[in-house]
Structure formats: C-alpha cells, structure tokens
Design a protein around this ligand. Structure first.
Ligand code: SF4
Ligand code: FES
Length: 381
C-alpha cells in the first residue's frame, strides 16, 4: 500500500447526506434518478427515526443535508425534520419541485431555519415543461414558489435537467434563472440511471446540440459574472473523462432511502450482490465505516486496468460504478464514459445512434409500475 493507494477501509468524514424522505411526488419526470421500484408511503421512516439519523449524521461530521425525494414537502413532518437540521447546525437544502403543497409550507420552513432551496424546472415553455414533468399547471406554481423563496431572502438555485426534449431551451433557462432572481443555475445534462436509463433513447441529444448548449453556458457565465453562477454537468456518453460519481464511492456522501437503507449513491441498488445496511439496524457511523456496500468500492484497491495505473484514479475514482455495471456488466470495470475504457467507442456510437432516431414516448415515473430496466443493448454483449 503506498500513498497513492489509500486503504479501502479508511473512511474519510462524509460531507453530505441525501435524505430521500419519500418517493411520493406530484411530478412524473422520465429522467428521475430514483429506482424503478419506488418505496411506498407505508414503509417510510417515521419522524423520530429521521431525527436520529440526522443527529448521527451531525456526529459523523456531515455538514449539508439535502432534503429530497420524491417531493420532500409531501411529508407532513417536513417542517419538524428541517427544524432538527437547524438545531443540529446542519445546512439544509430543500430539493423540491415547488408544486403540490410546497408553497403552503415554505414560510414555516423558513421560520424554522431552512438554509437553501433548489427548485427543479423541466422546461421554459410551460406546455413543454408540463409534458416533460407529466403534470398540468405545474409551471405557474413553480413561478409562484420561486417568487416566495426570493421574497423570503432564501438563496435559490434552479435545477434544469437537460435532454433532447428541452436542450433547445438552454438560453431560456438562463434567462429564466435571472428573471426569477436565482443565485445559481444547474444546467445538468441527464445522467442515465433509474428512469433515465429506461428512457435513454427518448432523452439522448445529439453531439451538435450538446456542443451548442455548452457554448451558450460558457458565454452566459462570462456575461453574468457576479450575478448568476452556472454549473454545467456534461453528458457522460459524450465526455472524455467521467465525473467522480457521488464525489467518489464512500468518500463524501450518504444516501438514505425512504425506508432507511443507506446507499453510497442513489443507484447503488442496481448493483447485484451488494449488501445495504438499514438505519433501523445499525448506526450511521457503523454503516459508513463498515457496511459491505460502502467498503466495496472505497479507495482504489478494487480497481482494474486501465484505472488501476491511471493518474486520474484519485480524481474521478474510476467514474460511476452503476454505469460500469449497466454498460460493461461489471461494477468494478472502468466507467465506459471514460475515453480510456475499451468500451467507450461503443457507448459513444450507441448515443449517436439513439439521438439520430425518432424519440420514443416517455415512460413516466410511477409508483407501483412494472417497468424493468431494459439492459437491452449492454455494450459488453
Ligand atoms: Fe478515470 Fe479510470 Fe478513466 Fe483513468 S481510466 S480517467 S481513473 S475512469
Ligand atoms: Fe452509483 Fe454513480 S450512480 S456510482
């Protein structure tokens, strides 16, 4: 073991906790990163369990809690849970669709110390946005919600997930963020996990569209310096190197599902054979340090070539394990999004082919559906 190969069991302190409070959501976005088998309300952790998890997270060194879902404001106890974050000194970020009961709870959330709001927008044109999100009349509710966030003086981030159905609106998203008074905009090209993997052919843009969207973002960053920060997540299939998914497996992030399973990333359950521990049976600290799922791909010992001898291995940690499983059939393989992967050319060709075809209809996210991951054209087969 040398300095460049840290012990896989050596666990740094986690920075963030993604608290998936519920999978219930009024929207039905076809790119949702939640699993295909969504948790039902009856199995959700109760208030006391979430409060214990938050306390343990603070003890572990977690700084940020992302209150997410589904739609977190669908929980009746969202205000209580947010207050617990504030009491523990945890920075709370509400990741919300801004529809349903979100607006009605916003003042109370502010009053108990909510720190930040991240609002999703599916499109700029209302009709397009509502077709993507699968909910009529969503856009005016989002506008009203955003106005209230800004009126309260809460920092607002807009999150736009980009795909072939809205990539022509990237300039519009930037204008919208400015108009709404957001401090930050995420232009996040779809990552193909969960429902997005099922809908990949319907969502995949072509390379020229992607390049144009990047050009628009770069120009706007220059123009809006000091006014709006724009984060850009480029699409994996067209990238040169993969991203450090979840900041590196078991290095920064804990993801707690509505039923209390703790995952190293939101799609980890797609990897067969991994054992996930539940907060009902173990403390968060035990899970972070010792659970089989967290230690499986922590550090670099598990890596194969070309990652094993690559000088980027502690920058991107080999990319995404879930994508490696989906595309290469082996979660320990180099993420095929990486240009050094032997499968990269095939993945790129697949994206080009899908983007050139007429998009199929969306398979909308639904609780209790029988949708299964297609794995129809794994590039390794
Ligand atoms: Fe990252 Fe592995 Fe690609 Fe190197 S070979 S850039 S470590 S994914
Ligand atoms: Fe699981 Fe990337 S989504 S490691």
């Amino acid at each position: 073991m040398n300095a460049l190969t840290p012990n896989r069991l050596e666990a740094p302190a986690p920075v963030g906790l993604l608290a998936e409070l519920t999978h219930r959501c009024p929207l039905r976005c076809p790119y949702c990163s939640n699993p295909l088998e969504l948790d039902r309300r009856s199995g959700e952790l109760d208030t006391a369990a979430w409060q214990r998890v938050l306390k343990e997270a603070a003890g572990l060194g977690v700084l940020h809690v992302h209150l997410s879902g589904g739609e977190p404001t669908a929980r009746n106890d969202i205000v209580e849970i947010t207050k617990t974050c504030a009491d523990l000194g945890l920075y709370s970020n509400l990741i919300t669709s801004g529809v349903g009961g979100a607006l009605a709870k916003l003042q109370a959330l502010y009053d108990v110390g909510l720190d930040h709001v991240q609002l999703s927008v599916q499109g700029v044109d209302a009709q397009n946005a509502e077709r993507i999100g699968g909910l009529k009349n969503a856009q005016p509710q989002k506008f009203e919600f955003a106005a209230k966030v800004v009126e309260l003086g809460l920092p607002l981030t807009l999150n736009s997930v980009i795909h072939r159905g809205n990539i022509h609106e990237v300039a519009g998203f930037i204008d919208l963020a400015v108009k709404m008074g957001a401090k930050r905009l995420e232009v996040a090209h779809t990552q193909y996990y969960g429902w997005a993997y099922v809908n990949r052919a319907a969502l995949m843009p072509d390379k020229a569209q992607v390049d144009e969207s990047i050009r628009i973002v770069e120009a706007a960053r220059e123009r809006l310096k000091g006014q709006l920060v724009i984060d850009l997540v480029v699409p994996d299939y067209y990238a040169k190197y993969p991203k450090a998914c979840a900041g590196g497996w078991g290095r920064k992030l804990l993801n707690v599902t509505p039923q209390g399973k703790v995952l190293p990333c939101h799609a980890a359950e797609t990897i067969p054979g991994l054992e996930f521990w539940n907060v009902n049976d173990h403390s968060l600290g035990e899970i972070w340090r010792d659970s089989p799922a967290f230690t499986a791909y922590r550090g670099t010992d598990w890596m194969k070539e070309p990652c094993r001898s690559c000088d980027r291995r502690e920058k991107d940690w080999g990319g995404c394990r879930c994508q490696a499983l989906a595309l290469a059939g082996d979660a320990a393989a180099t993420d095929p999004a990486c240009s050094l992967s032997p499968l990269h050319a095939k993945v790129r060709a697949l994206a080009v082919e899908e983007a050139a075809e007429n998009p199929p209809d969306y398979v909308y996210r639904t609780i209790g559906s029988n949708v299964r991951s297609p794995f129809k054209e794994e590039v390794h087969s």
